[in-house]
Design a protein around this ligand. Sequence first.
Ligand code: SF4
Length: 199
Amino acid sequence: MVNVEDMQKYELYLQFLDKKLKCFFEEQAPYIHCKEGCSFCCEKGEYPFTEIEFAYLMLGVKTLDLETVKIIEKNIIQLKKQNEEYNSDKPFMYQCPFLVNHKCSLYNFRGIICRTHGLAFFSKEGKLLVPACVDLGLNYSNVYDFENQTISDEKYRQSGIKQEPLAHNVGMHYMTNNEFLDSIDLKFGKIKPMIDWIK
Ligand code: SF4
């Protein structure tokens, strides 16, 4: 159960996190081609959320107008139906129900993973991965080797861009276990896909 004190600590953490991510986005700007109206990152995913993140997201729902809430409720009903009908061993990937008219309806309350959308990142095995929108000719596509599915050193050199394309530690493990969190003693609670919190 998340209490008011936890929520205050989480808000403090978000301030720290947003500053850190702003630096990453500025550094990687030559490779970031996110555009107004693009919601690709929110259209297919699992969206892992910790308990405190989901509680904060729900706090955001209280700030929405009735019309938006109705759209979200409809999205959730459809999503649950799709999930019930889903029959595969692979994880269920879905459009986030809080995406309304291609915009995050809870932008200021969005989760940690949402704040990293668009950046290159490391897989659990330590491999550098780029966002899926590379296939749309967007992020990192200017230095991507599509055949070998990796950043191309050659394309980077030819691009004339000074800043290297880099991945940062933006995985959920690092984001919910780091030195700043130790200093404020913030516990995130369980982590599970967003849909499992909604159920
Ligand atoms: S909460 Fe917002 S940013 Fe996060 S996946 Fe949903 S629509 Fe996208």
